[in-house]
Design a protein around this ligand. Structure first.
Ligand code: DX5
Ligand code: ZN
Length: 220
């Protein structure tokens, strides 16, 4: 298994100093920056939109992993791509036409990703596996940081890892929600290779130490 990627979620950062927070996390060793976009409709919370993504783009060369918790998503995909999103992830629950949305994202030059809420079975993505570069398993119900990791999602992660292997494609398998030094090993053991974490990184005093604490120990 390759070294897992760590993607800090900006949702837990200091919103009054977002530019500095992005610079600091890159310096601390983050692999991707995870940006949570919430519309107050698909999820019961509002965060920020493409204007903020665009404003932060000059602060880092890290891949911007943009998690859209918005419904509908299609009218905004171009704006996020133009704002500098490297990865654009949509929820499979956010509409009946995720196939079309993924086509649009690819055509815009971004990497398409699909996200599954806790209630959605792994087989929901079986017909679009050939279209995605990232699959994201929510290990909490989306909308808020700081929630408890749902261990019920581990079997879904295992099943998706099998499906990815069977597909023969190189698809990243990410987990998001309640990831901390205790739960990260469970997700990695189940087959995840990207750890998204908000409070376990941005709510800690030492970002570099918090990122390191999520990585598995290097065997000599
Ligand atoms: C929740 C977001 C997460 C959130 C995770 O809807 O998708 O990215 O920031 O926060 P923690 O790591 O605190 O659970
Ligand atoms: Zn997220």
């Amino acid at each position: 298994v390759t070294r897992p990627l760590i993607a800090p979620s900006l949702l837990a950062a200091d919103f009054a100093r977002l530019g500095e927070e992005v610079e600091a996390i890159a310096k601390a060793g983050a692999d991707w920056l995870h940006l949570d976009v919430m519309d107050g409709h698909f999820v019961p919370n509002i965060s920020f939109g493409p204007q903020v993504v665009k404003a932060l783009r000059p602060y880092s060369t890290l891949p911007f992993d943009v998690h859209l918790m918005i419904e509908p998503a299609d009218p905004y995909l171009e704006a996020f791509a133009k704002a500098g999103a490297d990865h654009i992830l949509i929820h499979i629950e956010a509409g009946p036409h995720s196939h079309r949305s993924l086509q649009i994202i690819r055509a815009l030059g971004a990497k398409p990703g699909i996200v599954l809420c806790p209630a959605t079975p792994p087989e929901a993505v079986s017909e679009i596996l050939d279209m995605v570069d990232i699959i994201l398993v929510m290990t909490v119900n989306p909308g808020f940081g700081g929630q408890k990791f749902l261990t019920s999602q581990l079997s879904k992660i295992r099943r998706l890892r099998e499906m990815i292997t069977e597909s023969g494609r190189s698809i990243r398998l990410a987990v998001d929600g309640g990831i901390d030094p205790q739960t990260a090993p469970l997700a990695l053991d189940a087959g995840a290779d990207v750890l998204i974490a908000g409070s376990a990184i941005y709510a800690q005093p030492d970002y570099a130490a918090a990122i390191e604490a999520l990585r598995p120990p290097v065997l000599a």
